[in-house]
Design a protein around this ligand. Structure first.
Ligand SMILES: Nc1nc2c(ncn2[C@@H]2O[C@H](COP(=O)(O)OP(=O)(O)OP(=O)(O)O)[C@@H](O)[C@H]2O)c(=O)[nH]1
Ligand SMILES: [Mg+2]
Ligand SMILES: [Zn+2]
Length: 357
C-alpha cells in the first residue's frame, strides 16, 4: 500500500480526482489545520499548503474553503515550497457546526470522516443532554456515531451510567474504555481499520488525545490533567490533526469543543430522537409539539412508561434551537455578516503572507 492509501485514498477518490492529473495537479489530503495554515500529505510526503486567491475570492463562506480531512488537488508553483490548493474533491461526509459568535456561518470541523467517536468520561463530565447534541451533529454529518465512555478505570460503578448512555444512543454503539489502562479498547477495532477515518469529539479533558496516544503507541500529543474540582479540561489540544496508526486506520484529534451549535440538524435530530419521531404520526395533530395537545401519542407513551419525559424536553429544546437557526439562515446573509467574513478572510491572507516570509 502506498502513502495515499494509508491516509484513506481509494478508487472512488481516484475517480473524483480524475482529469486533474492531466493539468499537472497531484492529489493530497489535508491532515492538519492551525489558524488557517494547512499541512497536506501527498505521495511526495508532508508539505505546507495554502488556498489560491481565486478560491478565497469565490468562497461564499468558510465551508467552501478546505477543512481537515479534505482530499484536494494541489500543485507546487515554480520555486515555491508551499503547495497551492486548487480544488477540494466533493466531500463524502461533513461534520459541521455553526461558527462561534453572532455570524450565521457554517464551520466544517472535519471532512470525510467514516465514524465519529463521541467521547465523554465516566465522571461529573457525563451529561446525556450534551451527548444527544453531539450525536445529532455526528449523525447529520453522514458518518457513523459511536458513544465512547472513557475513564472506566476511575469509575467504581459504571453500570448505571452505561445504562443511561444506552437509553439515549439509539442505533449507535456504546463502548466503555480506559485510554489510560487500555481496557475495552479492542471494541474500537470495528471502526478503526486501515483506510478508514475516525474523528474524536467531546469536551475538553475527556481523554481524546490520551486515546490517540494510546492507540498510536506513543506520547506524541500533549495531554493535561483535568481540574480536580469539576473534572473540566484545560483545552490542551488547540488544533485538528489526523494521525495514521501503526496497525492502519486514521484518527482525527480535535480540541475540546465548548460550543456545538447546530448548522443543519433535521436528519440528525430525527435519528437521535427516533422513538419520538416514530410515534409522532400517531398524534391527532400533524404539528403536535407533544406538550398539552389532546390525542398525543408521545404523551401517551410517557404515561405508559415507554418514553422518558426528559427525552421529550431535550428533543423540544433542540428542535426549537434548530428551527431558530434555520430562520436566521433564511433570507440571504445580512450585509454585516458578509463584512465580517471579508474581515476574517483578510486576516487569514495576512497570516499566510507572514508564514511565507
Ligand atoms: N483515570 C483516567 N484518566 C484519563 C483517562 N484518559 C485520559 N485521562 C486523563 O485525563 C486528562 C485529560 O486528557 P486529555 O487526553 O488531555 O483530554 P482531551 O480530551 O484531549 O482534552 P483537550 O485536548 O483539552 O480537548 C489527562 O490527565 C489524562 O491523563 C482514563 O482512561 N482514565
Ligand atoms: Mg486533547
Ligand atoms: Zn404529540
Amino acid at each position: 500500500m502506498g502513502i495515499l492509501e494509508d491516509w484513506g485514498w481509494d478508487a472512488r477518490w481516484a475517480e473524483a480526482f480524475g482529469a486533474d492529473a492531466a493539468k499537472g495537479l497531484f492529489p493530497a489530503r489535508l491532515v492538519e489545520e492551525q489558524r488557517g495554515l494547512f499541512q497536506i500529505m501527498s505521495a511526495k510526503g508532508v508539505a505546507s499548503a495554502r488556498t489560491t486567491g481565486n478560491m478565497r475570492h469565490k468562497a461564499e463562506g468558510r465551508a467552501d474553503l478546505p477543512a481537515v480531512g479534505d482530499w484536494i488537488a494541489a500543485e507546487f508553483p515554480p520555486h515555491e515550497k508551499v503547495a497551492l490548493i486548487r480544488r477540494i474533491l466533493p466531500r463524502r461526509t461533513k461534520l459541521s457546526r455553526k461558527a462561534a459568535g453572532d455570524v450565521m456561518m457554517e464551520q466544517v470541523i472535519a471532512a470525510n470522516l467514516d465514524a465519529v467517536l463521541v467521547m465523554t468520561a465516566l465522571n461529573a463530565e457525563f451529561n446525556p443532554r450534551r451527548l444527544e447534541r453531539f450525536l445529532t451533529v455526528s449523525r447529520e454529518s453522514g458518518a457513523e456515531p459511536v458513544l465512547v465512555l472513557n475513564k472506566l478505570d476511575a469509575c467504581p460503578d459504571a453500570a448505571a451510567l452505561l445504562e443511561q448512555a444506552r437509553s439515549i444512543a439509539g442505533d449507535a454503539a456504546v463502548i466503555a474504555v480506559s485510554a489510560k489502562t487500555g481496557a475495552g479498547l479492542e471494541a474500537l477495532n470495528a471502526w478503526i481499520k486501515p483506510g478508514r477515518t475516525v474523528g474524536l469529539v467531546g469536551s475538553s479533558g475527556v481523554g481524546k488525545s490520551t486515546l490517540v496516544n494510546r492507540l498510536a503507541g506513543n506520547e506524541k500529543i500533549k495531554t493535561a490533567e483535568t481540574r480536580s474540582t469539576d473534572e473540566r479540561g484545560r483545552h490542551t489540544t488547540t488544533h485538528r490533526q489526523l494521525f495514521v496508526l501503526p496497525g492502519g486506520g486514521i484518527l482525527l484529534d480535535t480540541p475540546g469543543m465548548r460550543e456545538m451549535q447546530f448548522w443543519e440538524a433535521d436528519q440528525g435530530l430525527a435519528k437521535t430522537f427516533d422513538e419520538i419521531e416514530a410515534l409522532a404520526p400517531n398524534c391527532r395533530f400533524k404539528d403536535c409539539a407533544h406538550a398539552a395537545e389532546p390525542g398525543c401519542a408521545v404523551k401517551a407513551a410517557v404515561a405508559a412508561g415507554t418514553v422518558l419525559q426528559d427525552r421529550i424536553d431535550a428533543w423540544r429544546k433542540l428542535k426549537r434551537e434548530a428551527s431558530a437557526e434555520a430562520r436566521r439562515k433564511d433570507p440571504a446573509p445580512q450585509p454585516n455578516e458578509k463584512q465580517q467574513w471579508k474581515t476574517a478572510n483578510k486576516a487569514q491572507r495576512k497570516r499566510i503572507k507572514e508564514k511565507k516570509k
